[in-house]
Design a protein around this ligand. Structure first.
Ligand SMILES: Nc1ncnc2c1ncn2[C@@H]1O[C@H](COP(=O)(O)OP(=O)(O)O)[C@@H](O)[C@H]1O
Ligand SMILES: [Mg+2]
Length: 374
């Protein structure tokens, strides 16, 4: 089990990846955080060179400079390190020397046994791999280590994407480019942060140490805040930054699909009326944010078995309704603790609409967002 201090390092590192951190700093922080997270003695982040498919940059933790110099060239990604390149899925081995693909260490390389490798994906493409070896305790890596590292890798992907795009933002002077990148930040980074929040949410039941659980809850709150900040930056850039992206229905389905794991099952999604034709981009942006908030809230607060998402385009306007069969708003422990609903209600009012949470008729909760037609 990861100790609270090491998890704190992870979360702080993820959250510290602000708007002007450069990529090199981000990568180092990621590998340091991952190593601390699972109490590994050694950690490395291998960046895959898209041109060759081999490892390019190789950032390590736990091997001092002198030893590194003695080992010589960094690995290219053969043997065990190559397994993740060929098949980007997490791998856990009690002793990597016993794997058939292993062909041993080069001279002067420290001996390593327990192994946990997790890919880092940025925009659907594998960016590189996290390699962690030898728990300080001498034990093998656990299910929880793997879950947490996968969650970290998700946040790392968003952080890398963010760092890259901020670098691009600094480099471009054309307004259109700024807007295009802002849009990108909006749809891709927010979606990724949303997914990371949900995946942290689904690790909570695995965590038995209360301090660690509290830490994770705080991280989820921090992710919420980050998403809100990104949204207000995009909002400030102007209306063109919110030019139409994919069709609204498609985006609704993507968000619902993303939430399935944290919810325990796929939400049912129903559309009625000409949704894609009548929902403007400004409305879509709010509607999708309201949907993310509502689904996150169901995962966090409702203890529901099933969730229904309805999107209706009516003569009066557009309605998003998220109905769950959980404990209901009155029974939730942290009544009106957060800002999610409140912020979105304020935004909905600017479009002449409302966003509210109420008790469902037969129990559970109904989150309803409505705006008039434009
Ligand atoms: N689907 C739901 N079922 C039960 N309670 C809910 C639901 N959605 C929201 N709540 C309650 O409403 C509160 C406010 O939600 P929100 O403004 O999103 O804040 P946060 O999610 O940060 O706590 C939550 O803390 C919770 O108590
Ligand atoms: Mg919330």
């Amino acid at each position: 089990m990861a100790g609270p201090a090491s998890l704190a390092r992870l979360l702080d590192a993820v959250m510290a990846v602000g708007s002007n951190l450069d990529l090199a700093v981000t990568l180092r922080r990621i590998v340091e955080a991952a190593t601390g997270l699972v109490d590994a003695r050694y950690g490395a982040l291998g960046v895959i060179d898209p041109a060759t498919g081999a490892l390019g940059e190789f950032i390590t933790v736990g091997v001092d400079a002198e030893t590194r110099a003695k080992i010589g060239d960094p690995p290219k990604g053969h043997g065990i390190l190559g397994l993740l390149i060929a098949d980007p899925r997490p791998i856990r081995l009690p002793d990597l020397r016993e794997h058939p693909e292993s062909y041993g260490f080069p001279p002067n390389h420290p001996t390593m046994r327990a192994f946990l490798g997790v890919p880092i994906t940025v925009r659907g493409a594998v960016f590189g791999n996290l390699y962690l070896t030898d728990k300080q305790s001498g034990e093998v890596f656990t299910d929880v280590d793997e879950e947490l590292t996968v969650a970290l890798a998700g946040a790392a992907g968003a952080a890398i994407d963010n760092a890259r795009m901020h670098a691009q933002l600094r480099d471009v002077s054309l307004l259109e480019d700024r807007e295009r990148i802002a849009m990108d930040l909006h749809d891709t980074v927010i979606q990724q942060l949303f997914a990371t929040g949900l995946s942290l949410q689904s690790t909570l039941p695995l965590v038995r140490v209360p301090e660690v659980a509290a830490r994770i809850e705080r991280a989820i709150d921090d992710l919420d805040t980050t998403v809100r900040q990104i949204r207000s930056t995009i909002f400030a850039i102007g209306p063109n930054a919110r030019a139409p992206m994919a069709a609204t229905r498609e985006r609704v389905l993507a968000i619902a699909g993303e939430a399935s794991r944290a919810l325990g099952r796929e939400p049912r999604v129903e559309f009625d009326g000409p949704v894609d034709a009548v929902v403007s981009e400004a409305q879509a942006e709010q509607l999708l944010a309201a949907l993310r908030e509502a689904l996150t809230n169901v995962a966090r607060h409702a203890h529901a078995n099933s969730v229904l998402v309805e999107v209706l385009a009516t003569d009066d306007g557009i309605v998003l309704r998220v109905t769950d069969d959980g404990i209901g708003p009155a029974a939730a422990a942290t009544a009106s603790g957060g800002r999610g609903l409140r912020d979105l209600a304020v935004r909905a009012e600017r479009l002449g609409g409302t966003f509210e949470l109420r008790a469902g008729r037969g129990g559970g909760a109904v989150a309803e967002w409505r705006v008039p037609n434009q």
